[in-house]
Write a protein that binds this ligand. Structure first.
Ligand SMILES: Nc1ncnc2c1ncn2[C@@H]1O[C@H](COP(=O)(O)OP(=O)(O)O)[C@@H](O)[C@H]1O
Ligand SMILES: O=C(O)C1=C[C@@H](OP(=O)(O)O)[C@@H](O)[C@H](O)C1
Ligand SMILES: [Mg+2]
Length: 186
């Protein structure tokens, strides 16, 4: 994939900053912004927590997977929900026209940022603690990431700058490998 184009897809645990960093990043990179949680809520006409309460966490994951597979946008920053990584198919679709960025924060930082998780609509088994969820998911985020930003203790603006710097490094590397100069000419 040409990493010089199209979408920047943010993945990570609840509280990692996908939604808030995503808006700032969209403005900084002249992209549009979409939060897939908002798309789910407007399509379903209810909150994520209501979906979990009425239909269960597996139903929310299935709704999320279907929505992600249908998503067809270019030149966007896409803030996903924390559970997006359970679907290999959805992640492959997002990766086909985007770079996947894992916002990596430790458990204590996430807990401190979000506080009360009980009404956040988290797609987890009822008996599962947030710490158990973190342990279950960490490998999934790592598996799907093209790029990881360790964002604990880092201001949101700085997280954006790190992502942009890493993207620039990837582009330069690609140009060097393909023999293009700075103006995109051989
Ligand atoms: N880098 C950061 N530093 C401090 N607070 C942050 C940072 N990123 C996010 N937050 C805060 O954490 C909370 C969750 O952020 P949010 O963007 O909604 O995360 P997500 O969409 O990944 O669940 C918000 O209150 C937000 O302001
Ligand atoms: O991690 C999760 O299971 C979820 C996180 C939420 O998004 P945020 O990660 O933006 O909080 C939302 O997608 C949904 O309620 C499920
Ligand atoms: Mg969010």
């Amino acid at each position: 994939m040409d990493k010089n184009v199209s979408n920047i897809v943010l993945i990570g645990m609840p509280g990692s900053g996908k939604s808030t960093v995503g808006v700032i990043l969209a403005k900084k990179t002249a992209r549009a912004f979409v939060d897939t949680d908002v798309l789910i809520q407007t399509a379903e006409k209810q909150t994520l927590q209501q979906i979990v309460d009425k239909k269960g966490h597996s139903a929310l994951r299935a709704i999320e997977e279907a929505l992600l597979l249908d998503l067809d946008v270019q030149n966007h920053v896409i803030a996903t929900g924390g559970s997006a990584v359970y679907s290999d198919a959805a992640m492959a679709h997002l990766q086909s026209d985007g770079i996947i960025v894992f916002l990596d924060a430790d458990l204590a930082t996430l807990e401190q940022r979000v506080g009360d998780f009980s009404d956040r609509g988290i797609a987890k088994r009822p008996e599962q603690s947030f710490a158990q969820l973190y342990a279950e998911r960490l490998g999934l985020y790592q598996k799907h990431a093209d790029m990881t930003v360790a964002c604990a203790g880092m201001a949101q603006e700085t997280v954006c700058e790190q992502i942009m710097a890493k993207l620039t490094a990837i582009h330069s590397n690609q140009r060097r490998k393909t023999g293009y100069d700075a103006r995109g000419q051989h």
